[in-house]
Ligand binder design. Structure first.
Ligand code: FE2
Length: 188
């Protein structure tokens, strides 16, 4: 069973605040040079180490390694509310994809790591897994369809159900004005 990911950081406090705000993690232990956070029953899911001598990457988006970690909401309602709450703070995802088995928004943490916030389109991991290995749809397009989260949020407020919204997103009805890159944006 996968348990946690550990990041090194030069911005410990900013990273703790970001993961609290975006993904609902709370510190289990918050020290001078390290913090361990969780958002479920595990003792920690994300660890942050501020080790001496670490330096920022110079081309993270085009350097191999970790692209993103992912967190899953239990309901569409919760997931889109999280988007609205963060958007009101000016925190926007850089990439949004309906993968078929999930609808996913990708944010960047203060060190530039991707953080995927997703909701399962099936509400059932067995069905979701089957979609990936057995469906022609996934084989045809394993990356999925881009969507504009503001359009999805508006559709939700207009009363459309998750099923309707997911179907429209899959059909490309909520495309963003500009299709973003999947590379992590550079900001150093
Ligand atoms: Fe992912």
């Amino acid at each position: 069973m996968f348990h946690h990911t550990t990041f090194t950081t030069l911005k410990l406090d900013e990273m703790v605040a970001f993961y609290e705000n975006v993904a609902g993690l709370e510190p289990v232990y918050y020290g001078e040079n390290a913090a361990w956070l969780t958002n479920d029953a595990a003792n920690h899911r994300i660890a942050l180490l501020a080790l001496p001598g670490m330096k920022a990457p110079d081309d993270k988006g085009h350097t191999i390694g970790l692209h993103h970690t992912a967190f899953e909401h239990r309901s569409f309602e919760q997931w889109i509310d999280n988007y609205d709450r963060l958007a009101a703070q000016g925190i926007e995802p850089f990439l949004n994809l309906d993968h078929g088995m999930t609808m996913s928004m990708y944010y960047q943490d203060p060190e530039g790591n991707g953080v995927e916030i997703q909701v399962d389109a099936f509400g059932d991991w067995a069905k979701s897994k089957e979609f990936m290995w057995a469906s022609e749809e996934f084989d045809r397009n394993p990356i999925g369809m881009h969507f504009d989260p503001a359009k999805v949020s508006a559709a939700h407020r207009a009363g459309l159900s998750f099923e309707e919204i997911h179907a429209k997103a899959t059909a490309g009805e909520y495309l963003p004005a500009v299709i973003p890159e999947v590379y992590l944006p550079e900001f150093w």
